[in-house]
Write a protein that binds this ligand. Structure first.
Ligand SMILES: Nc1ncnc2c1ncn2[C@@H]1O[C@H](COP(=O)(O)OP(=O)(O)OP(=O)(O)O)[C@@H](O)[C@H]1O
Ligand SMILES: [Mg+2]
Length: 268
């Protein structure tokens, strides 16, 4: 066929992203839930999804007992390593201080991470208070449009995770269909009942659902869930290898990948 180069009609230029992704508003998403439910893997995959769509995203890792940075990517992929501890140790948390302490990655310029370094714990730095935690969350909004917070489960003792639940625009509440998750939630939700916690912004997620766990069994244990994240062997392997920023490409991850996409479109 012979197309005229300078016709009267302009060729439609297809945008790189579907319209729905252009419309993402951004904000702070806190990923929280029962211990070992999959908070970290879910937070990382959401952050990675957004960064792949060329959205600037900060992944805030609250765990000070087991710093998660070494579990997310190999040290060789980190361009510059800093610590969340240095940010919270300041009298006041400012935007330049946060920017200075972001962990940057060699292969992904849209994703930056703020977390504790390998070998550190909460006693490595002076204690911080609600003031620094609140300032951090507030200033992070200026640093990037998308903030994903990997909370720890222990909100009674972890000020940053507790504040993230209060200050975030939405919360994913993860649970596995087991007795420990149910016990955890009935214990911790009472803590939130008296605070400024807006229960309407939370989405229940049934996480790491294994094939033998029929969906109705999960629903029976946890009540209805807005999202269901199936178990993926490939994801488990990535976790064991400390390489969570690699794409999930196998068939067994398909449901998980699709659900992450659905979550992003719903919560942002
Ligand atoms: N969808 C999934 N598919 C496969 N494995 C999963 C999935 N979700 C969680 N896991 C596995 O469950 C374990 C715990 O995951 P993860 O560390 O993300 O949980 P967590 O809630 O952050 O734990 P913690 O309370 O210790 O912070 C890991 O071995 C991880 O690979
Ligand atoms: Mg975790």
């Amino acid at each position: 066929m012979n197309f005229k180069k300078k016709g009267i009609f302009s060729r439609s230029v297809r945008s790189e992203e579907p319209a729905t992704e252009e419309e993402l508003q951004g904000g702070i998403l806190a990923v929280w839930g029962s211990p070992g439910s999959g908070k970290t893997v879910t937070a990382v995959k959401i952050a990675k999804y957004l960064a792949d769509k060329k959205k600037n995203v900060v992944l805030l890792l609250c765990d000070m007992t087991a710093p998660m940075l070494p579990c997310i990517c190999p040290p060789s992929e980190i361009e510059s390593e800093h610590s969340l501890g240095s940010v919270l140790a300041a009298t006041h948390v400012t935007e330049p201080l946060i920017k200075h302490n972001l962990v940057t990655l060699k292969k992904n310029s849209y994703l930056t991470i703020l977390g504790m370094k390998k070998g550190e714990n909460e006693y490595t730095y002076p204690p911080y208070s609600e003031v620094q935690a609140k300032e951090l969350l507030c200033e992070l909004r200026k640093v990037a449009s998308f903030i994903v917070v990997d909370c720890s489960s222990y909100i009674a003792s972890d000020i940053l995770s507790a504040l993230a639940l209060m200050e975030s625009d939405s919360v994913l509440r993860l649970a596995n269909a087991d007795l420990k998750s149910i016990s955890y939630l009935s214990s911790q939700l009472t803590l939130l009942r008296d605070s400024k916690w807006d229960a309407d912004k939370q989405y229940k997620v049934s996480a790491n659902v294994k094939p033998q766990q029929a969906q109705d069994q999960t629903v029976h244990a946890l009540g209805s869930a807005a999202f269901i994240l199936n178990h993926s062997q490939e994801l488990e392997q990535q976790y064991l290898a400390g390489n969570l920023l690699v794409d999930l490409s196998l068939k067994d991850s398909r449901q998980f990948r699709k659900e992450i996409e659905k979550i992003v479109k719903e919560v942002f």
